[in-house]
Structure formats: C-alpha cells, structure tokens
Design a protein around this ligand. Structure first.
Ligand SMILES: C[S@@+](CC[C@H](N)C(=O)[O-])C[C@H]1O[C@@H](n2cnc3c(N)ncnc32)[C@H](O)[C@@H]1O
Length: 225
C-alpha cells in the first residue's frame, strides 16, 4: 500500500502506530477544530453538553471542544494514544475524561452523551463491522443526540489509508435508527496535501427505536389475556 507516512490502512495496528509515532506527524493531525464540526455546532446552536470524541487519537478535536466549554469524553482503541492525549490535555490545563474503548466492543454506558463526533473511525471499519458501530453510537447517545461523522469520500482517488464511502452507502447504515440532517462534500484536514476528499454527515438519534415486530406481537398477546 502506498500513501503518506502513518497511513495504516483500514486494519492498521493502531497501538503500534501511536506507541512509536510523534502524533503531530500523523496524516490526520489537525491542531484546529475541524471546520465542518465548527460549522455544524454553530448551525445547530450547540454550545455546551456532554460530547464524545470517538477515536480521539491525538485529541486535538477533544481539546478544542473542551476549550469551547463542552464536557468532553474522549475514547480510543489505543492505550498509547490515550496516554499521550491525557498528557497533552494536562499540559494544556484542560479537563477531559479519557477512556480506552473499542467501539466494536464498547463498554460505554447507554444514554451517556448529547453528541458524538467521529473524525476518521467509521471509515477504517470493514463493512461487516459497521452495523456494530451504528448500534453502539445509537446506544451511547441520548435520544435526540447528534452524531457528526467525517469519512473519506469515494471521490478520493487511490487505495491508501481508510475505506472510501459513497453518500448513498454511508446513509444506508444510519437510515433505520437516525434522522439524516445533512451530508456535504468536503475535505479531511490534516498533514496530507492536497487534503483528501471527504464527506461530513450530521445525524440525529431518533427519539424511540423501532420496536422489533416479535416484541409487538408478545405485548398484544399479553394484553389480551
Ligand atoms: C484517522 S484517526 C483519527 C483520529 C482523530 N479522530 C483525529 O481526528 O485526529 C482514527 C482513530 O480511530 C482510532 N480507532 C480505530 N479503530 C477504532 C475502534 N475500533 N474503536 C475506537 N477507536 C478506534 C484509531 O486509534 C485512531 O486514533
């Protein structure tokens, strides 16, 4: 696989990467708050609340959100990423809760946060794992909670780094349990030039999950008896 330094591909060994790298050299490193998330927070007048930075990596996004007054929880599959992120937040005098957590085997509690931002996790997951991700973010979000997701677009040429997604494919995963507010074509800001083509989607967790038909049947039976 060719690509920029640190591009590990969808099945990359995240722990080795973070244990052996200066995070500021990683392709996705962006010291500023992602401009799409910035715009989305403004558009939806979100100024406070509990927000999860899922797959926080260098935690630049988590730190920017904490500076803006959000109560931030930041998770990553890599314990080295979390150790380095904790040190960076401490040095910046920011209070952020960090946890090692694999979104595919998550131990995060239900209804934990008002919003989730995912800048680059969904697009590293293979197709068969994506439904697990969708169930997890749905469970961790409070009803009506926001999910902001940035991923590589199918329009980005080449095969280095993460999977590419078409808008229709991305939306297909979320249609059942989330309202789709918007999807825009954008770029993934970081150390790669030109910045890779990306999609930025805004979803909202529906208030109530559709009830499985078997449960509906059981309830009807019990009310008759
Ligand atoms: C492309 S990087 C983006 C990092 C960060 N969000 C940013 O914008 O700088 C993807 C991140 O997802 C993390 N990750 C990969 N698979 C994960 C999983 N199953 N659960 C949680 N985090 C994961 C990686 O360790 C890495 O930090």
């Amino acid at each position: 696989m060719s690509g920029p330094p640190g591009a590990t591909g969808p099945t990359g060994d995240w722990e080795t990467l973070y244990a052996t790298s200066d995070v500021a050299t990683l392709p996705w490193y962006n010291p500023a708050l992602d401009t799409d998330i910035e715009r989305a927070l403004k558009a939806h007048r979100l100024r406070s609340g509990r927000i999860l930075d899922l797959g926080t990596g260098p935690a630049t996004q988590a730190m920017n959100l904490a500076k803006r007054g959000f109560d931030v929880l930041a998770t990553d599959i890599s314990s080295s990423a979390i150790a380095k992120a904790k040190a960076a937040a401490k040095a910046a005098g920011l209070s952020i809760e960090f946890r090692v957590d694999n979104v595919l085997k998550s131990t995060l509690e239900a209804n934990l946060v008002d919003a989730i931002m995912d800048r680059g996790v969904f697009h590293v997951l293979p197709k068969d794992k994506r439904p697990i991700y969708v169930r997890t973010v749905h469970r961790v979000l409070r009803p009506g909670g926001w999910l902001f997701l940035k991923c590589f677009s199918i329009k980005e040429p080449g095969t280095w780094g993460p999977f590419r997604l078409a808008e229709s494919e991305l939306l297909g995963y979320f249609r059942g349990t989330f309202d789709i507010l918007s999807v825009v074509e954008t770029v993934f800001q970081g150390n790669v030039a030109p910045a890779p083509k990306a999609l930025f989607a805004t979803f909202r967790r529906r208030e109530a999950s559709p009830e499985p038909s078997s449960q509906k049947r059981d309830r009807k039976r019990s009310t008759r008896s």
